[in-house]
Design a binder for this molecule. Structure first.
Ligand code: NAD
Ligand code: TYD
Length: 339
């Protein structure tokens, strides 16, 4: 099988590439990534020289480039992780999110249609459902929960999902969509809550908690997300949406305090700051469908996953320190500069 992974130099895409190369040594994997601020080629260092892996730098929204790539290589499966992914940045610059997340997805849908790709899988988010109230712990997102977005990020992801479904209905494109809760684990860019708190706490810097810290997220260890996508692309039903996550709900304050305990750092580092505008209160996934249809369940409990994650950040300081000091952006030049 020949798989194109877009956005594979980012957090989840890179973990997915490691998962796939490890589990399916006979598959050929191509990673396409624009290497925006969130893409880090050094993350892929350990697989760069594998014969069945290739990295291509490019933009999913660049139609000519994408059609040229597909003209040269035949892909059986396309898994689209490429996106602008940070809610706070979408509040500052919504336009970029529309271009990458919507137009980029449309270009990929068009090229998959043109070249009869056997499966297009869209990696989406539970944020397309909006949020749930804190005083209704009985409510969860199912695949039938109406789309009801809050941020330019979630609106762009929802728009992309609707396009994916439209291409299935109108053009019979063989698609699947996964909507996942918040991921955490190795190679998470240190602007997102968990790696931000770990890296700042290690440097004894103030830890910004938005509002009162009561917002709830349903945390999923990244490897569990990768196994879910693996299941969906191999056994998921064409045209279906699968929610991925479940029952690892924590308030932001609980998450921050757990990390501080793990690092033996004082809670006095916590600094309550102005709330994010439009801040979603609670995300919580009902994973019944993926459990019943594909027998997938998360295997890592938050208490274990957060310990592993903290350990990874302690053992891989150079990875995130290079991000914080900006050096990681020179890595492409080092790798490919004179080729
Ligand atoms: P990330 O920001 O770490 O990585 C995104 C990657 O996409 C980067 O490597 C970046 O260089 C690349 N990229 C951006 N624009 C591009 C373009 N125009 N062309 C090609 N590549 C481009 O994001 P992530 O956290 O790994 O998320 C991956 C996907 O999963 C996204 O689609 C996101 O919406 C979705 N998702 C993320 C989470 C989460 O908790 N992180 C949860 C649910 C869904
Ligand atoms: P984030 O990691 O940005 O993911 P998302 O917004 O997609 O859920 O944020 C997770 C939660 O942590 C969210 O409720 C916002 C909050 N948060 C903070 O309190 N402080 C921070 O510095 C960041 C980045 C997020």
């Amino acid at each position: 099988m020949h798989v194109l992974v877009t956005g594979g130099a980012g957090f989840i895409g890179s973990n997915f590439i490691f998962h796939m190369l490890n589990k399916y040594p006979n598959y050929r994997i191509v990673c396409l990534d624009l290497l925006t601020y969130a893409g880090n080629l050094s993350t892929l260092k350990s697989v760069m020289n594998k014969e069945n892996f290739r990295f291509v730098k490019g933009d999913i929204a660049d139609r000519e480039f994408i059609f040229n790539l597909f003209n040269k290589e035949k892909f059986d499966v396309v898994v689209n992780f490429a996106a602008e992914s940070h809610v706070d940045r979408s509040i500052l610059n919504p336009g970029l999110f529309l271009r990458t997340n919507i137009i980029g997805t449309q270009v990929l849908l068009d090229v998959c249609k043109e070249y009869n790709v056997a499966r297009f899988h869209q990696v989406s988010t539970d944020e397309v459902y909006g949020d749930l109230p804190l005083d209704r712990p009985d409510l969860f997102f199912t695949e039938d929960t109406p789309i009801n977005t809050s941020s330019p990020y979630s609106a762009s992801k929802a728009s992309a999902d609707l396009l994916v479904q439209a291409y299935h209905r109108t053009f019979k494109l063989p698609v699947t969509i996964s909507r996942c809760s918040n991921n955490y684990g190795p190679y998470h860019f240190p602007e997102k809550l968990i790696p931000l708190i770990i890296s700042r706490a290690l440097n004894d810097e103030a830890l910004p908690v938005y509002g009162t810290g009561e917002n709830v997220r349903d945390w999923l260890y990244v490897e569990d997300h990768c196994t879910a996508i693996d299941e969906i692309i191999h056994n998921g039903k064409i045209g279906e949406v699968y929610n991925v996550g479940g029952h690892n709900e924590k308030t932001n304050l609980e998450v921050v305090k757990t990390i501080l305990k793990e690092l033996e750092k004082p809670e006095s580092l916590i600094s309550f700051v102005n709330d994010r505008v439009g801040h979603d209160m609670r995300y919580a996934i009902d994973p019944t469908k993926i459990k019943n249809e594909l027998n997938w369940e998360p295997t890592t409990k938050f208490d274990d996953g957060i310990k592993q994650t903290v350990k990874w950040y302690l053992d891989n300081k150079s990875w995130w320190e290079r991000i914080i000091n900006g050096d990681y952006q020179n890595y492409y030049q080092e790798m490919y500069g004179d080729r």
